[in-house]
Design a protein around this ligand. Structure first.
Ligand SMILES: [Fe+2]
Ligand SMILES: [Fe+2]
Length: 207
């Protein structure tokens, strides 16, 4: 247990310090740089990619908390594997924000702490609910990323390439969690999750 707490604390520090490493090639690397982005485009992309980066900070927190609370070693491996893929997303979105001359959310410690708390609660209720929470989160994120594919400036091919790959990965995470035995969450819980996500995405666009 102590080992796992140390691993979780190490992950929290790495996530917030922005020192993670991606295991896969950044999908934006294969995009030819188009330099047609206006200042308005750049600001818009920065806001949207900051929201997506916050989503990945929360994903790290959720998966780490869920890995910490499950007693099933196979499920722990499942959560840790997903967290590693989310690290790629975290690194890619952060890198894109750097390229855009922007910054990550100043409230990241707060987002991380909130998501970690929610992950602990879901994990304590039981594995099926914890997995159900993953399915619903990943589906909502997938929808949200889909909306970003139209919201991002047409000239920002790099951000679009990153978001497209993330969307595919999140869909797979939802499917994997479903196969692992997820319970369907009650509708009011799903609405609450949507409301919380709305607060996060609206705030993180600016701060
Ligand atoms: Fe992700
Ligand atoms: Fe995911």
């Amino acid at each position: 247990m102590l080992d796992q707490v140390i691993v979780a604390a190490d992950n929290a520090l790495r996530t917030l310090a922005g020192v993670g490493h991606a295991a896969r090639t950044n999908p934006a690397d294969s995009c030819a740089q188009v330099d047609a982005m206006t200042d308005v485009d750049r600001r818009r992309s920065s806001g949207l990619m900051r929201v997506n980066h916050v989503g990945e900070v929360c994903a790290q927190a959720l998966y780490q908390a869920q890995a910490l609370t499950t007693r099933d070693p196979r499920l722990r491996e499942h959560f840790e594997h997903a967290a590693r893929e989310e690290t790629d997303h975290l690194v890619w979105t952060q890198h894109r924000l750097d390229e855009l001359g922007s910054r990550v959310s100043a409230l990241n410690p707060l987002w991380f702490a909130g998501a970690f708390g929610i992950g602990l609660v879901a994990g304590r209720i039981g594995d099926a609910v914890s997995l159900g929470f993953v399915v619903e989160t990943e589906r909502q994120v997938e929808e949200h990323l889909d909306s970003h594919l139209t919201a991002l400036p047409a000239a920002d091919l790099k951000s679009q390439a990153i978001v497209r790959q993330m969307k595919d990965d999140e869909a797979r995470h939802a499917a994997n969690a479903e196969q692992a035995g997820a319970a369907d969450l009650p509708a009011p819980v799903k609405w609450l999750m949507r409301a919380a996500a709305k607060v996060m995405t609206t705030t993180a666009y600016y701060v």
